[in-house]
Design a protein around this ligand. Structure first.
Ligand code: URA
Length: 223
């Protein structure tokens, strides 16, 4: 059974617990636990997948090339790196940047849940397929999920492409991230109402392998 941190009252204490976590095998290969960066009072929280090599070395999320692009794109909507709370689904680097495994996500999920509760952002931005599908508990891929703001556990969730996809995919993907971040700006400026619930009008992607469609709810009833 994974830990519950519902009684941990500050992000600082939660981070100190995470810094010595051995809850899954990823702890064996890490250089640093990559817990978060940015403001604990942020209105916007970014959730990525997991630290890469540079993040593992520095102990800070999204400091590599894709992170620099992400920060630049947030800058275009008037938010600096320090204005946003940035974290990942898993806090330790998966070897060779592979996807986190279900037991690793399970072990790390209580940290993410408590981070969301304590930061209490107006909007959570999931970057990439992995965190978007996980938090929205859907098998629908990011290409179809993006472009909308979803009502999510008393706040909004805006899924967008991972900046690494923009580095590969060029201006079209970058511009779609820009569009999604305009939704974020609209939410924090009070100009938006959510336009879709993922389960209502989105079908699972066809061809999704069964093991990928198995979702681990972050805030499910049994959590
Ligand atoms: N990719 C992620 O998903 N998170 C990081 O922190 C860095 C790259």
């Amino acid at each position: 059974m994974s830990a519950s941190f519902g009684n941990v009252e500050s992000l600082r204490v939660l981070e100190s617990i995470a810094s010595v976590c051995t809850g899954c095998g990823l702890s064996e290969g890490r250089t640093n636990v990559v817990f978060s960066s940015g403001s604990p009072d942020a209105s916007v929280m970014v959730v990525g997948e997991g630290p890469g090599r540079q993040e593992d070395e520095e102990g800070i999320p999204f400091v590599g090339r894709s992170g620099q692009l992400l920060v630049k794109l947030f800058g275009e909507i008037g938010l600096e790196r320090g204005d946003i709370y940035i974290t990942n689904v898993v806090k330790c680097r998966p070897p060779n940047n592979r996807d986190p495994k279900p037991d690793e996500i399970d072990a790390c999920k209580p940290y993410l849940r408590r981070q969301i509760e304590l930061v209490d952002p107006a909007v959570v931005v999931t970057v990439g397929n992995f965190s978007s599908k996980l938090l929205l508990t859907t098998t629908t891929g990011i290409t179809r999920l993006r472009g909308s703001a979803y009502e999510w556990w008393g706040r909004y969730l805006v899924p967008t492409f991972h900046p690494a996809a923009a580095l590969r995919g060029g201006e079209r993907v970058t511009n779609e991230i820009r569009e999604d971040l305009m939704l974020v700006r609209d939410i924090i400026d009070g100009r938006i109402s959510p336009d879709a619930e993922p389960d209502d009008d989105l079908e699972p992607e066809s061809g999704t392998p069964p093991e990928q469609s198995e979702q681990i709810p972050l805030f499910g009833r049994d959590q």
